[in-house]
Design a protein around this ligand. Structure first.
Ligand code: NAD
Length: 448
């Protein structure tokens, strides 16, 4: 590991990664790897998470292709930096921000979108001209193996390295001095990462999770809201950091919403989701057991079927859930959706504000005023109104949490900025050098 770090640091100092042409070349190579091995990637995703090919394409490969295209299109402009005004006292001269690479960065990925969550930060890190070490999650082992096999064939080895392994390997990496660490995963490990980074004063971006609420008000289009909630919740069998974790629904719409959610589940996955091509599996037995335990925390009004051997857990709707039960105290990160009634918007806002700031927040209402009230009176990393997850498709919006759901952000230019230092530069000519700024400071000058 020490040798690897030394080589990467040498490449970073040598200036290899700075030219626009080098950065574009690496990004194109990354895209080529995804294109050449599209089927191999879809297969390992299916193996690790039961992801259907369509879902694997939509949320991982297709997403990364657009990410790379968008970055390549705008990179020259981002690298140009930004001219700012010059104050009169420092005239003549010019001031500008010059984005420079941070150096050698570490990217630690999570298992639920094992390709996207590792390679999208890498796109940003390479675009910003960094060397990088990427560590895929050991909980999606086939995907990690394939990344480790292919990346060295496509990217400059002196600038990008893959390190595979579990917690011990991650800790060994964290003991090294990096110039930035981006970690995606749960808050428990997020704290470990931050503590290790503090030893070297390394800045961190933490992409964490939390309980993302969906609020459905009585004026919402219930059928459409249900379909969109169902899609966001049961994609990847609920193992999505921004999936709606629970629903707060107006009392008088509760039954209608439950009926519409059931209809949506049937439409998407048929009457037996264990047989549906497009319904995923829980990543491992430990997570499966954790989720099955939550089934005792309420009344199952839909789903609830499970099968240990295949780590299957059906799309499940729970009612009669106590706000302080385990399923409401911890991030679910699986296909169980608790539905809680609320008397009005104010109580929904209060419910959300009493809890940790979530990663995502979803409001469903026909009233722009009510949606605005949710925006203005709650905290969340991201908010999407009258839909779920779709904000991820806009690279002009930053993605990241706030408080316990994370710190820092990426996507599009925000990712480039995360992995750059905006060096503040002022440049002055020699030809104008009046004496009044220099000592001795006479009383006349002091009056100035
Ligand atoms: P995980 O188990 O895959 O762990 C993430 C990474 O941390 C892995 O690479 C793993 O090797 C490493 N790790 C594990 N233990 C460690 C230790 N002791 N020291 C150092 N590194 C260690 O992922 P997870 O934590 O199960 O992921 C689920 C969580 O991640 C959920 O809370 C989810 O909301 C969150 N998440 C957030 C995002 C986001 O973009 N904000 C995306 C996906 C998942």
């Amino acid at each position: 590991m020490n040798d690897m770090m030394e080589r990467l640091r040498h490449s970073s100092i040598s200036g290899l990664t700075r030219p626009l042409t080098w950065r574009l070349e690496q990004l194109k190579q990354l895209k080529l790897m995804l294109t050449d091995h599209e089927n191999d990637f879809l297969k390992v995703l299916e193996h690790d998470l039961g992801k259907s090919k369509a879902e694997g394409w939509l949320t991982e490969l297709g997403y990364l292709n657009s990410d790379i295209d968008y970055t390549c299109k705008h990179l020259a402009k981002w690298m140009r930096g930004k001219r700012v005004s010059q104050p009169l006292m420092a005239w003549p001269g010019k001031s500008y921000l010059h984005p420079e690479p941070l150096g050698v960065v570490l990217i630690i990925g999570a298992w639920n979108y094992p390709l996207q969550l590792l390679l999208s930060p890498l796109v940003a890190a390479l675009a910003a001209g960094n060397c990088a070490v990427v560590k895929p999650s050991e909980l999606a082992p086939r995907t990690a193996e394939l990344i480790a096999k292919l990346l060295p064939d496509y990217l400059a080895n002196e600038a990008v390295q893959v390190v595979t392994g579990g917690a011990e390997v991650a800790q060994e990496l964290l003991a090294q001095r990096f110039d930035h660490i981006m970690y995606t995963g749960g808050g428990r490990v997020g704290r470990i990462v931050m503590e290790a980074a503090a030893k070297h004063l390394t800045p961190v971006t933490l992409e964490l999770g939390g309980k993302s609420p969906a609020v459905v008000l009585d004026d919402a289009d219930i059928k459409t809201a249900a379909r969109r909630i169902a899609w966001g919740k049961w994609l990847n069998a609920g193992q999505t950091c921004i999936a709606p974790d629970y629903v707060l629904v107006a009392e008088n719409q509760r039954e209608a919403l439950i009926a519409a959610l059931k209809e949506a589940v049937e439409d998407f996955y048929g009457s037996d989701p264990s047989d549906a091509d497009d319904y995923g599996r829980i990543v491992n037995e430990q997570h499966w057991q954790r989720l099955v335990n939550y089934l005792d925390d309420g009344t199952i009004v839909h789903g609830g079927d499970y099968d240990r051997e295949h780590c299957f857990l059906a799309p499940t709707i729970l009612t009669n859930v106590a706000p302080d039960s385990p399923v409401m105290a911890e991030e679910i990160f699986g296909p169980i959706l608790p539905i809680l009634s609320i008397p009005n918007l104010a109580s929904a806002i209060e419910f959300i504000r009493e809890r940790d700031k979530p990663l995502a927040l979803y409001g469903f209402s026909a009233s722009t005023r009510s949606l605005q009230q949710i925006t203005e009176q709650t905290h969340a990393g991201n908010q999407c109104n009258n839909d779920t997850l779709m904000f991820m498709l806009n690279p002009e919006l930053p993605f990241g949490g706030v408080g316990p759901s994370g710190m820092g952000r990426y996507h599009g230019k925000f990712g480039f900025d995360t992995f750059s230092h905006q060096k503040a530069v002022m440049q002055r000519p020699f030809w104008f050098d009046p004496k009044f700024r220099y000592p001795p400071y006479t009383s006349f000058k002091q009056k100035l």
